[in-house]
Design a protein around this ligand. Sequence first.
Ligand code: PXL
Length: 430
Amino acid sequence: MTIAGSDSGGGAGIQADLKTFSAIGVHGCSTITSVTSQNTKTVQQVQDLKPETIQTQIETVLDDIEIKAIKIGMLHNKKIAETVYKTLKKQDIYTVLDPVMISESGDPLVTKESLKTIKTKIIKISDLITPNKEEAIELSNKQIKTKQDIKTAAEKIWKKGPKTIVITGGHIDGDDYIYNGKKHQTLKGKLLKINSHGSGCTFSSAITAYIAKGNKPNKAIKKAKKFTTEAIKNGEKIGAGNIPVNPNKTTINQSNRYKTQKNHTKAIKKLKKTNPTDLIPEVGSNLGMATKNAETSQDIIAIPGRIVKLNNKIKPVGCPKYGASSHIARVITTVMKHNPNYRSAMNIKYTPKTIKKAKKQGYKTTSFKRKNVPQNNTMSHGTDKAIKNTQKIPDIIYDTGGHGKEPMIRIIGRNATETVNKAIKLSKKH
Ligand code: PXL
């Protein structure tokens, strides 16, 4: 469960916490403390909920649902902080405190009086705390200028109650500093040059989720750092101000990669079963498929070492792998620039008869001449040139070769199985 404020801009607070919980695979409950009216630039208004409403949210959830860990975020006024303290102190649930003080836009998120309750009471009932540099200074009454200052501040905060202190390095050098009462540890990181929004909320709720899943604090912190780094990198500029983190994009990307791989594997299986060996050119063939929103060849799955003809059988040399091709990947990325729904291609042997057969079957064919495109990056230039002559994405882009270059047909499809089905229909055997 998260006990935090709502961010109408969807980047931080309750919204970031619940996205994080679901991305990590736990059921998230929420107690909303305040409703903020904000966008990527500013916090326009803060409406605090009544203390009773906060108390009943917590109690109603705890009364029925087995809460494994709690994260505390924004506690705007003293009454709210006191209520959370009073309601939670009877509990023995692992509690992570994100001692929120100021938003990324520079607006205050807690009153002076509330901060006092956080510093004296809320901190006492917290097992783990995740202050950034400024928050650590406030909590420890200690300036932070050197690495030794970070350690001293952590030790001072530890004395207030939490068993684990993580001073986050987003405003320092990207490393996180952990102290558990016995030893100091540095968790290496990279300082990202992104004005992100919601990273602190995401980090503390990721720790909470990993704790809820049974991880020890140190493991949970490590996993949460990795998770948060990805969420920051995946942020998208949706407004004029700070860039909200995206805790779910990695999961979605992984799911897209899995779906793409499944389709590609099915296509390769069909190719082996139907065995159209006459389609394999001298240099070998490859079948590629890109994920949705692919950006580089690393997002395109293909066969390492290509597909060859061996003992009259179609043989993929290696196992399907992302980033395994450069030629077919360049064809695909170029096609996708014209229409992102066409994410697959396969090169097959060129013969004039094959082109004739394709035309007879109603395939849309187009071609380029090697001598008319730059020698470097022929696949991209050639594909681009060929498509520019057409209204629709063609089924086939071919060229009749050049000095020392085998002529080639490239079949284009929306996915790998469609591409392979188009190819098989051109084989003499079918
Ligand atoms: O990042 C701290 C934070 C916490 N909670 C809410 C916020 C913010 C930052 O803007 O809006 C609701």
